[in-house]
Design a protein around this ligand. Structure first.
Ligand SMILES: [Zn+2]
Length: 170
């Protein structure tokens, strides 16, 4: 079952990918998971009014080309959350996600479906056992964020949610 900070469907998806493709564990190959495992097409557009969108019938995900790379990765993982947790459960409408909907800190987003996609994204990109293992070896938060291919803020929230650091991001 989904708890506030984890979603086992994300773990199952990542495990399926690694069973089929011999990629390194980190950073989690989220684009290949979308394209090679799930058969979705991932594109980027300059003119997007939102951060990300999922067009389920077309099997397309569009990302805002203006966002920095770690942010686009989180957005892509978030759209995969909409695909796995909602589309595959029968919701077929397109999903348009504003920047404010896509947040690594679950409690700041009050829309349930967006929150579910955020928890899925954090779990997909920053699985707890890997986070704990890498945390012991990383020199700094910045190093850790680079290893996982996420923003320092997203990494910080993840560490905080596992009680690995005392304070959340300011
Ligand atoms: Zn969303």
């Amino acid at each position: 079952m989904a708890s506030p900070v984890s979603d086992e469907r994300a773990d199952a998806l990542r495990a399926r990918y690694h069973a089929a493709f011999a990629d390194p564990d980190l950073p989690v190959p989220v684009e290949a998971i979308a394209e090679d495992l799930l058969g979705l097409r991932v594109g980027e557009r300059e003119d997007l009014a939102v951060s990300g969108m999922l067009l389920p019938r077309e099997r397309q995900i569009w990302l805002n080309a203006g966002d920095v790379a770690p942010r686009r990765r989180f957005t892509l993982a978030h759209e995969l959350g909409h695909w796995v947790c909602q589309h595959l459960e029968g919701k077929t409408a397109p999903v348009y996600c504003r920047s404010a909907d896509i947040q690594p800190e679950p409690s700041v987003v009050d829309k349930a479906l967006e929150r579910e996609a955020n928890v899925f994204a954090a779990e997909l990109l920053m699985p707890e056992p890997k986070v704990r293992e890498e945390f012991r070896e990383a020199g700094s938060l910045a190093d850790l964020a680079i290893r996982f291919g996420v923003s320092a803020t997203a990494m910080h929230w993840r560490l905080y949610s596992f009680d690995l650091v005392a304070e959340g991001p300011a």
